[in-house]
Design a protein around this ligand. Structure first.
Ligand code: SAH
Ligand code: SF4
Length: 463
């Protein structure tokens, strides 16, 4: 980062000259697609830009610099970015000095980076997930070059610490504990665009969380594609359960969450740590993807339906009030209607509080991309709707269990629909909406639950 900081300083000098000449600071607009890891990366992009003297806007029409941090997990996320890049072409035609950057998972794929260079030649800067910390140098070059600056080199093995970070709120933070994934599920592009698993040293993680806590941050979410593998690549003798216990000791932290765990490596040791850490929010996101054993095998998931259900049983035994969520893929190429019934079985048996459901999307370069579909689009959509129907009934019923309870809610922000309503989450993770003033944002308040909807709860301040 030291070399990069020197570039931030150079950009800052230029930005100061720009501000003196134009009467306003250079404005940057960032947009994030995809998962929390990307949100976390964007916070670091914004941190670096702030250090380089940029101010921020949400409006591309006003921005001198636009950066899209992209997702590659499903095709529709890519289509949205390509559509937006098309729109930027018109804006840039009127303001040729504007700098446009595209970064993240989508452009880490060589065929996409090539396509953007060819079709969207108004893009000035393309950098992949591995080049995030090199952004200052790349941006400095892009500000000077007429040609697109591209860096999608893979630098597996390196973790850049100390990248400046600009967070949207002070009271909650995502903290990456590891990067990359070694699992190679046959449908998934993540291992190709995020590289091999790399864990951060525990001392770096703990130091970051202590700094956050000292700054008033009370809710910490530990982040990784598969946190259960944490530590395997380190020379330290540590696993994720140990790390969780260490974070639990940090003064000032009130709530700890983590995602994502892979069912195949969810250990009893971790389940015990979850049950015993008093700050751990009783919440587990455990993707099962599909219920049928043949499909799971072809997905390369490494567990059977019975093994998954057994893990869930063990979690519920130790933590009876756990909030459970999962990811499900509908329409994996070879999945039949009959095999899909096993997915519904798992939903009915586990009774998740919440599910994230996706229609399978073909990803170039993954093994599943070569498979032929047995179901028609129409059948896949019908199955998807059945899945939602089954789950909506369960979610509503599980929400109704909260009626009349008083929950401690961290007020996170004003509802986008009504400025007199605040939205937050109780310890388990349920979303709760209640009437309250902005001064409560960032505080823990007691809310009595008065109404249960399918996706959220409504309540009123209890004190
Ligand atoms: N590492 C995490 C999730 C990464 S991607 C995990 O394994 O749990 C988030 C979710 O996107 C996955 O859990 C999966 O349900 C979904 N997903 C991944 N690839 C997909 C594809 N090709 N089509 C549809 N959904 C996909
Ligand atoms: Fe993708 Fe599987 Fe890795 Fe999750 S565990 S990121 S689904 S390859």
């Amino acid at each position: 980062m030291n070399e990069q900081r020197a570039y931030l300083a150079k950009i800052k000098e230029e930005n100061a000259r720009f501000a003196a000449a134009h009467g306003h600071e250079r404005l940057a607009c960032t947009r994030t697609y995809g998962c929390q890891q990307n949100e976390n990366d964007t916070e670091r992009i914004r941190g670096m830009l702030e250090e380089a003297g940029f101010a921020f806007t949400d409006d591309e029409n006003k921005a001198e610099l636009v950066i899209y941090n992209t997702c590659a997990v499903r095709e529709n996320a890519e289509q949205r970015v390509l559509g937006r890049l098309g729109l930027l072409k018109t804006i840039k035609a009127e303001r040729p000095d504007m700098i446009i950057g595209v970064c993240g998972c989508m452009v880490q794929q060589e065929h996409i980076a090539e396509r953007i260079k060819k079709v969207h030649n108004h893009v000035d800067l393309i950098f992949g997930t591995h080049a995030l910390y090199r952004m200052p140098k790349l941006l400095y070059e892009a500000m000077r070059s007429k040609k697109a600056v591209v860096d999608i080199e893979n630098s597996d093995g390196e973790i850049a610490e100390d990248i400046p970070t600009k967070r949207d709120n002070r009271f909650q933070a995502w903290v990456s504990v590891m990067f990359g994934c070694n699992n190679f599920c046959s449908y998934c592009v993540v291992p190709y665009v995020r590289g091999r698993e790399r864990s951060r040293r525990s001392a770096d993680i703990i130091a970051e969380i202590k700094r956050l806590a000292a700054d008033g941050c009370t809710e910490i979410s530990l982040l990784g594609q598969n946190v259960n593998s944490y530590g395997k690549d380190l020379d330290e003798n540590i696993d994720f359960a140990d790390l969780l216990r260490m974070v639990n000791e940090i003064e000032g932290v009130k709530r700890i969450r983590f995602m994502t765990s892979h069912p195949k490596d969810l250990s009893d040791k971790l389940i015990d740590a979850m049950a015993e850490c008093d700050k751990f929010c009783r919440q587990l996101h455990l993707p099962f993807q599909a219920g049928n054993d043949r499909v799971l095998k072809q997905m390369n998931r490494g567990y059977t339906k019975a093994e998954y259900l057994d893990k869930i049983r063990r979690v519920k035994e130790k933590i009876p009030d756990i909030f459970l969520s999962t990811d499900v893929i509908v329409g994996f190429p070879t999945e039949t209607n009959e095999e899909f019934e096993d997915t519904l079985d798992v939903l009915r048996e586990v009774e998740f509080d919440h599910i994230f459901s996706f229609i399978y999307s073909r990803r170039e370069g993954t093994p599943a991309a070569k498979l032929d579909f047995v179901l028609t689009d129409e059948e896949i959509h019908r199955n998807f709707n059945r899945l939602l129907e089954v789950q909506n009934e369960i979610s509503k019923r599980k929400n109704e269990e909260y009626l009349g309870r008083v929950e401690e809610v961290l007020a996170e922000g004003v509802s986008p629909k009504d400025s007199t309503v605040l939205s937050g989450r109780c310890a388990s993770s349920k979303i709760v909406n209640f009437k309250g003033g902005e001064e409560l944002i960032g505080k823990y308040v007691k809310v009595k639950i008065t109404e249960a909807m399918t996706w959220s709860l409504n309540g009123e301040l209890a004190e």
